[in-house]
Design a protein around this ligand. Structure first.
Ligand code: PNS
Length: 175
């Protein structure tokens, strides 16, 4: 039987529980799922592509059919390169729909054989976005339950360098 490879493209800055929920769902229906982080030189991200890749790799180790990669250029070209037949995207609220529809139809125009598959994350994540997580974390709000613990820790380290120093000291003292 034909194996279906799907890509899940995005910025993942940072990965949220909503992303992980979608990865779990996608890994159930596709034979192979590649989480593809866009290397976007126009954006100035909070986490570097390397940092995001590292976090996503650690967060998806339990899924044997999920891998993490980075790409630049068109999503459709990357999909062709890895022989993907589908693009997975999450739709939360109605407000996502217009942008996602435009993107899906443009991708279809560019590569008709590539199907976009939309999935809904669990409803408790329907308001969640990386942008809001960055903003809340930057302003000192709690993001527990919205991102995995490891991401929460990395956010703390990123936004408060003193936390990183504390950790380095602790692990040095523990040696
Ligand atoms: O997580 P995001 O930022 O919503 O992901 C957007 C992403 C990466 C899927 C989109 O910007 C994209 O596909 N960029 C690659 C360039 C491209 O193919 N542009 C045309 C899309 S119609």
């Amino acid at each position: 039987m034909k194996k279906i490879v799907a890509i899940y493209p995005g910025s993942f800055d940072p990965p949220t529980n909503g992303h992980l929920d979608l990865i779990a769902r996608g890994s159930e229906i596709f034979d192979e799922l590649i989480v593809a982080i866009l290397r976007n030189p126009e954006k100035s991200p909070l986490f570097s592509v390397g940092e995001r890749r590292n976090m996503l790799e650690q967060l998806t180790t339990d899924y044997k059919n999920v891998s993490v990669d980075t790409f630049d250029g068109l999503t459709v070209d990357y999909a062709a390169k890895v022989n993907a037949g589908a693009v997975l995207r999450g739709i939360r609220a109605l407000s996502d729909y217009e942008y996602e529809l435009q993107m899906a139809l443009m991708n279809r125009k560019l590569r008709p054989q590539l199907e976009t598959v939309f999935m809904m994350p669990a409803e408790q994540y329907s308001y969640l976005s990386s942008r809001l997580v960055r903003e809340v974390a930057r302003l000192g709000g709690a993001v527990d339950g919205l991102v995995p613990e490891m991401v929460e820790q990395r956010l703390r380290e990123k936004l408060d360098p003193a936390v990183k120093l504390q950790h380095a000291r602790k692990s040095k003292a523990g040696k």
